[in-house]
Design a protein around this ligand. Sequence first.
Ligand SMILES: [Fe+2]
Length: 536
Amino acid sequence: MYLKPNVVFEPLVDRWYAWSHLISPATSAMNITGRHLSIMESYLLAPGIHAEAVLNPKMRGGPFMDFAGGRIEEVRTLEQDTRRKRANMIEFSKAVKELDKMLAAEAKGFGLEDLYPKVPKLLKGYVELFYDRNNNAAFRFFESLLYKSEFHDTSAQSMAFWITNNDHRPFCLSTPRLDEPEVLHLDIPFLHRGIDELARMKREPQTLSYIKEILGITKEQEALFETFFTTTPHPAYKKYNGDKIRMRYFGHACILVETKDVSILVDPLISYYGYDSDIEHFSDSDLPDVIDYVLITHNHQDHILFETLLPLRHKIRNMIVPRTEGGRLEDPNLKLMFNSIGFKNVTEIGEMETVEFADINITGIPFTGEHSDLNILTKACHHVQIGEFKLLFMADSRIMEPELYKHIQRAIGDVDVIFLGMECDGAPLTWLYGPLFTKKIARDQDATRRLNGSDCSRGMSLVNIFHPKEAYVYAMGQEPWVEFISSIKYTDESNPIVQSNQLVRLCHERSITAERLFGEKELLYERQLIGQPELA
Ligand SMILES: [Fe+2]
């Protein structure tokens, strides 16, 4: 039997859609209290307000549960279970709050050693205290030790599987997954090899008894589980064997770069298939059997999707992620996070650092903005050079100081193709990072601390500096299969659409090929070898 192509793999933590901040122990504790419990409590107090807010387009992506005001008892049970099972994480988040308070009250520029006895008991040995150069006290976690502690509890992880016939799902950061008759819920951690074996069955047939045994399917689960399989083989993936560089846009920020020797997948986000969709798109069947490199640009939930990555884990050879070592709560380490969920061969890349293989160089390029002015370093744009052909994946960078990119251009030269995200009206700081703050953020400050990508003038400054032959706007969160995570729905008047239209027009005026990508796109480039004249 083969696995049907529209079986959703939904990774969950405490029954909430899993994203990286729910794996990294400290951010996970803060999200349990500051997001999950807070949304559940609010729902139980006023379910009607949530039901109304979900229908209001202005509230899209807000902290409102999409249960039409119902399912109260189930939400109450989930809330109580969370309080019981995650008591240690709730205590952890309280201790972080206490530590912040203690440092604010007592760290006045004098030696910090005397304050160690006042660190909350639960955090003792997990933090180092320090000052910045302006005598503001803060702390860092020994994050690798947190992964070895009770605060990294993989029993909170589970997987939901079901057959989808459309791209609709409620906004995933605000609505947990309750039991549904058509959803099979398995209490297995993300490390479980059954996930790999099940995903392999998209291409390699297996017996049902084999996969049932690995996943521990019970008698009660059997009937539903068996509906996930078919005897019909999937359309075969045709390996790219041409001499060119082939690039395929899979939606949002996900791009596959292939030569006949190597495949590179940037910010994986792959849709399902096997159901009617109005939009042509590449899908799982267009991915090679082996992905040599996965490149991750930054730690946002629409760029690191476990739902895509876990089923691909068995075919990913290497991952390149941005480096962080700060141990700051707001900037968890991605390598540790990926290792903890079964991804091996994760290489961290620093700014202007290069990883080389075959005739390919990947260089980490500074990524500025789009992080609400927090000191978050886990972000890298990727400069991919294949032979003499140069591609620049700028993700959601906001170009605040063009001088930076002039310095970079002097180091790497002009590029052939730029990909730039232009979600220039991003969400405010608290939308994503609110649970990590232990003091209330003033509304007016929040409004100026946004997750903004580049607008037209900022985007054009890159074009002016790197002189690309082609410029593509991507990562706009517009594809229907991205909406559940991006919470974006634009109209023609939306500023990111207006700004990106303008950038495309300006590029055309200069004879630069330009387009805002949507759905799918295939591009082919000559593979010019280093030191060789351009091929015809
Ligand atoms: Fe982002």
